[in-house]
Write a protein that binds this ligand. Structure first.
Ligand code: KG4
Ligand code: ZN
Length: 334
């Protein structure tokens, strides 16, 4: 059979990204134009600036993606795009671009859920075995998702307040670290120790839900109290103590869910999946278990378009295409 080339576009937040994915598995070409520097001085992503950058970068990113693969639109079989969730103005740029391409080249259009994309980043590394459990930890989401087959998602637990990456970014801010703080906190924590023993927030015994706002407040209060008393705390220890609390809960809930649902495969997805301590702790927890653990390479953890192309391949096989009325949906459900 002929191979299928999907051109995928992702613009849900602050990366303008495109990729060509062959048969849902192979990255033929990939370009990510990040806007982090433009948002840094505001301490977070400014939606209006994000959309404007996407408009400015989109055409070049697409051209570079095709050129890197020495392909033209004639070699493309479908166009996929993140339809939500995300920033509406940012999503719209990708959706409008994908629709224009699909219409002008008479190609099928496939709208993809951003989190489905994060999950399918793992499929670029290793074929899924079902039932599969995915720990989704990003700047906007923290969820445990159970998959019994391709394209089938059951959210068995989610955050009741802040997303995990959001908590990292807020703690980073208190420590005077620039946006996005997650990677810096990760680095600092390696030099610190868990001296502060922040609470581990497990909620009800049976629950797979998460909560990070209490921990975030505990960190903020500790820092302020120390300042008031003129005591000095090591940033490294604060980072490490915070991270140990986060990672312990993430790993334990993932482990318990993997047992309760007797899954064959555990995967991790989203920006915080790049966290070195989380990767290490998951590896240790599942080492002697009869389940397959996959952790995507760092480049596939944060936002990218390759993951969108990987997720779209299932819809392509099923012929589940979107119409040209496809619209950006900032609150799209998985
Ligand atoms: O998935 P992502 O790129 O964007 C969203 O869809 O939200 O995730 C971005 C989040 C940010 O909060 C960032 O601080 C966090 O992922 N992050 C990390 C690390 N790398 C990125 N958090 C902890 N440790 C890391 N190494
Ligand atoms: Zn994301």
């Amino acid at each position: 059979a002929n191979s299928v080339n999907i051109l995928a576009i992702e613009t849900s937040c602050d990366e303008t990204a495109a990729a060509i994915i062959q048969d849902g598995k192979r990255i033929i070409s990939e370009v990510v134009a990040t806007q982090i520097d433009s948002h840094k001085r505001f301490g977070g992503v400014v939606p209006e600036i994000a959309s404007r950058h996407h408009v400015e970068q989109m055409t070049q990113v697409l051209e570079d993606t095709l050129q890197k693969a020495s392909l033209s639109m004639k070699d493309i079989d479908a166009v996929a795009v993140t339809e939500g969730p995300g920033l509406v103005g940012a999503l719209l740029v990708g959706v409008a671009t994908a629709k224009a391409l699909a219409f002008s080249h008479q190609l099928p259009l496939i709208g993809v859920h951003h989190i489905a994309g994060h999950i399918y980043a793992n499929q670029l590394i290793e074929s899924f075995q079902f039932p599969l459990l995915c720990l989704v930890v990003s700047g906007g989401h923290t969820e445990l998702v159970l998959m019994r087959e391709h394209g089938d998602y059951e959210v068995i637990g989610e955050t009741r307040d802040d997303a995990c990456g959001e908590a990292y970014d807020k703690v980073a801010r208190v420590l005077g670290i620039p946006y996005p703080g997650g990677p810096h906190v990760d680095r600092l924590a390696k030099q610190g120790e868990d001296t502060l023993h922040f609470p581990r927030i497990y909620l009800e015994e049976e629950s797979y839900d998460f909560s990070f706002s209490g921990l975030k407040s505990a960190v903020i209060n500790t820092v302020h109290n120390a300042k008031q008393k003129g005591e000095s705390l090591k940033k490294e220890d604060i980072a490490c103590s915070f991270q140990e609390s986060v990672v312990e809960v993430l790993v334990e809930k993932t482990y318990r869910a993997s047992k309760d649902y007797q899954v064959k495969h555990v995967v991790v997805a989203g920006g915080v999946a790049a966290n070195s301590r989380l990767r290490e702790a998951l590896g240790a927890r599942f080492k002697d278990e009869d389940v397959n653990l996959s952790v995507p390479p760092l480049s596939l953890c944060t936002d990218n378009a390759a993951m969108i192309g990987a997720a779209a391949f299932n819809d392509y096989k099923k012929g589940a295409f979107s119409g040209l009325e496809l619209n950006a949906n900032p609150g799209l459900d998985l």
